[in-house]
Design a protein around this ligand. Structure first.
Ligand code: ADP
Ligand code: MG
Length: 316
């Protein structure tokens, strides 16, 4: 378990991490989601005692990182896969880590096998592809057989096969009862991997929710309609207690009801429709809306706030 309490980091005038309080629990994959520059890496560095908080606290199983005896046996982390000494072989890199942390040599062979690098273990790491480097970083994280694992943007730059492998690995580590904390700036990636979601923007906590809840609340379904009798349709919908959002290109977005109901309602009032199409808002859109205020530089957007059907309409 990882517990953050009011965790804050200021760099000069810049609040990189702003009063974060949340808990990362064992047995599940917790996704740590935020746009670039949101403060994910800074938060993770503070968790590992690599950066000192300006205020607040992080505890790993109740202790500060520097109070942990043999920390690699408590928490393993992949922060920057390029941080490997390129002149060493994969085997020697892991052996050095093992020896300086009281971890038996046999464990090096085990983790090389787990990440699929046994065949290239004696090759110099500087010749490794990005994917192999990532696997080596993960082998290092697993070396102490820790109950807590942390991965900072592990799938960045990987091919689909590598991404699939990392996803499967994280899920299996969580299924073994471990605490798995993984960051990403991609909602689509989190949706496939995480059971729980912590979202930050500009250093602040924006959401701390189960993935299932986030999906249920944010996968907005609506019906897109276009009509040459716009005012007439708006009146009909207004009478039915339906809230409508003006979309681009003269289209209207009608939330919550079915296309059939809307088509029949229009027909009853003699309104001609040129388009009647059910739509599903993506989680990516939900994430962008959630973080829109907190993105440092973003294009102007006039995303609508979530509208509501009247309850009468839902029953009808
Ligand atoms: P993320 O990992 O979510 O992309 P970071 O934690 O890397 O975000 O950065 C958060 C903010 O803190 C950014 O605005 C970044 O420029 C700033 N920052 C990060 N590290 C430093 C540092 N060592 N010195 C000054 N500013 C930093
Ligand atoms: Mg980062």
């Amino acid at each position: 378990m990882i517990e953050l309490e009011g965790l804050t980091k200021r760099y000069g005038g810049k609040m990189a991490v702003n009063d974060l309080t949340f808990t990362v629990r064992p047995g599940i994959v917790t996704g740590f989601l935020g746009p670039n520059g949101a403060g994910k890496s800074t938060t993770m560095r503070m968790m590992l005692g690599l950066d000192r908080p300006t205020a607040g606290d992080v505890r790993i199983d109740g202790k500060h990182y520097d109070q942990l005896k043999d920390p690699l046996t408590y928490i393993g982390a992949l922060l920057d896969a390029k941080a490997v000494h390129g002149g060493r072989s994969a085997f020697n890199h892991l052996l050095c880590l093992a020896q300086s942390n009281g971890i038996p040599r046999a464990r090096v062979h085990e983790v090389l096998d787990t990440v699929g690098l046994t065949a290239v273990a004696r090759k110099k790491a500087k010749g490794f592809s990005l994917g192999m480097g990532q696997r080596l970083g993960i082998a290092a994280a697993l070396l102490g057989d820790p109950r807590i694992l942390m991965f900072d943007e592990p799938v960045n730059g990987l091919d689909p096969e590598g991404i699939h492998w990392i996803r499967t690995l994280m899920k299996s580590l969580a299924a073994q009862g471990r605490t798995v904390f993984v960051s990403s700036h991609l909602m689509s990636e989190m949706a496939l991997t995480a059971d729980h979601l912590v979202v930050i923007g500009q250093g602040r906590l924006l959401a701390d929710t189960s993935m299932a809840d986030f999906i249920a609340r944010n996968s907005r379904s609506y019906v897109r309609v276009r009509t040459p009798q716009r005012e007439r349709l708006l009146d009909v919908l207004h009478e039915a207690g339906v809230t409508v959002v003006e979309a681009g290109g003269g289209a209207l977005e009608v939330d919550g009801g079915k296309a059939e109901q809307l088509g029949e309602l229009a027909a009853r009032h003699g309104v001609v429709l040129h388009e009647l199409s059910p739509q599903q808002a993506s989680l990516e859109e939900a994430f962008m809306q959630l973080t829109a205020e907190s993105v440092e530089y973003h294009a102007h957007s006039d995303a609508p706030s979530a509208p509501q059907w009247g309850d009468d309409w839902k029953k009808g």
